[in-house]
Design a protein around this ligand. Structure first.
Ligand SMILES: [Ca+2]
Ligand SMILES: [Ca+2]
Length: 444
């Protein structure tokens, strides 16, 4: 079924007279450029309107400027880049409002306004605090940072470029927050690098580039550390522990000493001690009354840490044993050691006598047989209740915590690399009496 239109309508369509009436209405003038908000530079005003109408634009604000008349072209666009006096438009920094009025002959048909900000000035404050001029660092990803602020439109970002021994890097853009900027450099290989820093404001005005020469040093050698105090197995009065020792770095890049304290293998608390010019360090960390294990490592400026930490076990305050005779030399003949009041006690499990080079229980029950080669496993029993046990290398480096059952510690030897080891057992017998038992053995 088709719909039939009245004859007069068809006639009007054929004559082209029945077009929508809106097409004949005047198009209101608009300002498209500059857009609202900040802009870097304004040399032209433009917008849209009714073709054939004349647009007169006036700028008010930090300056007052009458633009030359512009005629809306057949496409509906208008633009003007001169003043009414024939001078090029080029607005200085400031805040403005442009008002455009459209005229059909002498009749004003519509108006439009647009507020905008011109920012032609680079950020007023731009500093590069790090790296320092001609600095030398041993961190391949050094921290970079400084300040950036812009009075008109606020800071945008900081552009950083890197050229040096490796492929050029960047430009890298760093955000600015509260007037400050900071970032870690991407990984830079050792050598002399030239870094370029440019501050950019919210409308891409750029500062001149600040150049820094930065040398990335190479240091892959770990520093060494020695602990003079606490002495292994010693009891110290409550609140009176001052730790001390020495540290050195073969490269001369020593930074500090990292001290980790733990109780019975619990989560460690870390304390950093500075190193004096003569290589000595001291620290007085607050330590509660307890039986503590210290793990000490020196750190160099490249972040290298002593590979095998120095381990010390000691007591503070009420946790100490009641009497405190001087401790015997650590790891002395027979591989036994202990502190004041310590008990060294081994119980022979079933399995036969010590057997250098092999056998089931080579270490058990014989204090003089500690250099026998252990090949499988042995059980170490201490008086009282075992609180914790650790297997370390002779250097003190922790290998692993050991499983504990009642008064016994099971030491599995199979799988250990050749060398000398210690078993360190903390136990408690009676009220408040803790003991440290240390046993050495060799895997060969
Ligand atoms: Ca600016
Ligand atoms: Ca070093």
């Amino acid at each position: 079924m088709s719909m039939r239109l009245p004859r007069f309508v068809l006639a009007l369509l054929a004559l082209g007279l029945m077009v929508p009436s809106a097409a004949h209405a005047a198009v209101a003038v608009t300002v498209g450029s500059p857009a609202a908000g900040p802009t870097a530079r304004v040399t032209q005003l433009s917008g849209s309107g009714q073709p054939g109408e004349v647009v007169r634009a006036t700028i008010d604000g930090d300056a007052t400027i009458d633009a030359a008349d512009a005629t809306v072209d057949p496409g509906g666009d208008w633009s003007v880049s001169q003043t009414v006096g024939g001078q090029p438009l080029d607005l200085e920094d400031g805040q403005y409002v442009v008002t455009a009025a459209a005229f059909d002959g002498a009749v004003q048909t519509s108006t439009a306004t647009q507020a905008f900000v011109v920012d032609r000035v680079a950020p007023e404050v731009f500093t590069v605090a790090t790296p320092a001029e001609s600095g030398v660092v041993y961190d391949p990803t050094p921290r970079l940072g400084g300040t950036l602020s812009d009075a008109r439109t606020g800071p945008g970002e900081v552009e950083v470029t890197f050229s040096g021994p490796g492929p050029a890097i960047g430009p890298m853009l760093v955000e600015v927050a509260a007037g400050a900027w900071a970032t870690d450099a991407p990984a830079l290989q050792p050598g002399v690098w030239t870094l370029g820093f440019t501050g950019i404001d919210g409308v891409t005005n750029r500062t001149s580039t600040v150049v820094r020469i930065l040398t990335i040093g190479s240091d892959t050698t770990a520093p060494t550390v020695a602990v003079d105090r606490p002495v292994d197995g010693t009891a110290y009065p409550a609140g009176g522990v001052t730790l001390s020792g020495t540290a050195s770095d073969p490269d001369g890049h020593l930074q500090d000493v990292v001290l980790s304290f733990s109780v019975n293998g619990g989560a460690p608390t870390t304390f950093v001690a500075p190193v004096a010019g003569d290589g000595t360090w001291t620290a007085s960390p607050p330590l509660a009354d307890d039986a503590w294990t210290l793990s000490a490592q020196a750190r160099d400026v490249a972040g290298n840490l002593t590979e095998e930490p120095v381990i010390r076990s000691f007591f503070v305050g009420a946790a100490a044993p009641p009497s405190a005779p001087p401790p015997p030399p650590d790891d002395g003949p027979g591989g036994l050691s202990g502190g004041p009041g310590f008990v060294v006690d081994f119980t022979t499990p079933a399995g036969g006598p010590p057997s250098p080079g092999g056998g089931g229980t080579p270490l058990a029950g014989d204090r003089s047989a500690t250099s026998a080669c252990a090949k499988r496993a042995f059980t170490m029993r201490v008086p009282g209740r075992v609180l914790g046990a650790t297997l370390t290398r002779a250097s003190g480096a922790v290998v692993r915590p050991l499983p504990v059952k009642g008064a016994s510690v099971r030491v599995a030897v199979r799988g250990l690399a050749k060398g000398r080891y210690r078993v360190r057992v903390t136990s408690r017998r009676g009220k408040g009496k803790r003991m440290l038992t240390v046993r050495s053995f060799t895997v060969c």
